[in-house]
Structure formats: C-alpha cells, structure tokens
Design a binder for this molecule. Structure first.
Ligand SMILES: [Zn+2]
Length: 142
C-alpha cells in the first residue's frame, strides 16, 4: 500500500515561507524588523487557494469541491507538488492532525469537504458504513 502523505507536515513546511512579494525591502520597517503585518505566507496563499475551490454552505449541508476530482470522484488539490485528496486536507485543517486511516463521508458525497461530514475510519469501518447504507452486501461469515 502506498505510504500516506503527511498533510500536516506539508502545511508545516509552508508555514514559515513568505511569498516573494511580501519579502520586498519596502515592506520592512525602518528599524529593520519586519512590520507586524508581514503579508501573506505561502501557507496563507495555499489555504486561500484551497478555500476558493470549496462551495461553503450551511454547517449541516455538503460543501462541494469545485476543483479537480480524481477517477473516484474525490476532490484533489496539488500542494508542494503532491496531489492531495481535498477531504483529507479538510480533515487536517479542522482537527489539526493527520488522519491515521481513511477519511470517510457520512454523506456519501465524495466531493464534499464539510468537516462535519467527515470521519476517520479503517477499511472495516468504511465497509460497515457502506453496508449499513445498503451500498454493499455484508461479508458472508463462514
Ligand atoms: Zn457532505
């Protein structure tokens, strides 16, 4: 199985880097210390790009991803040359940690990135969830 990318790590790498424009010397104060408003960091830029693709609605509704989707219909976004599943990114942004397993959708809408609709589960949890929703036949016990 492919090793999962640590989204938290990728976002952490972005955090300190300022986007080129805000590094201009005229943005620095005369004392040589950066002004409190140093402009947007690369992380801010990435996150604002992320949220541009989200059709944010009511907390209870699905928030459809407007960007690219993969072959399974899940939203994807490229960050630091890595293609990430947008619902996994939403999970990291809402919980502050990497999912250790699959990020599943309560709403069964693969494009949805509403953190309220996402939960973490392993293959078994995902399978049982699908069975309970009548999408899959239960595994036969011999
Ligand atoms: Zn949803």
């Amino acid at each position: 199985m492919k090793k999962l990318v640590s989204i938290l790590h990728l976002l952490g790498e972005l955090e300190e880097k300022l986007v080129a424009e805000s590094k201009r010397p005229d943005r620095l104060s005369k004392l040589g210390t950066p002004p409190t408003n140093v402009g947007i960091t690369e992380r801010d830029a990435v996150l604002s790009r992320y949220w541009k693709y989200v059709d944010k609605r009511e907390a209870s509704q699905c928030w459809p991803w407007k960007g690219h989707t993969n072959e399974y219909g899940y939203g994807v976004i490229q960050i630091q040359n890595r293609v990430l599943i947008s619902s996994r990114v939403a999970f990291v942004l809402s919980t502050g940690r990497d999912p250790i397993a699959l990020v599943c959708h309560r709403c069964d809408n693969p494009k949805c990135v509403n953190p309220n609709h996402l939960f973490e589960g392993d293959d078994k949890v995902n399978h049982d969830d699908a069975v309970s929703k009548g999408r899959k036949q239960p595994k036969k016990i011999k």
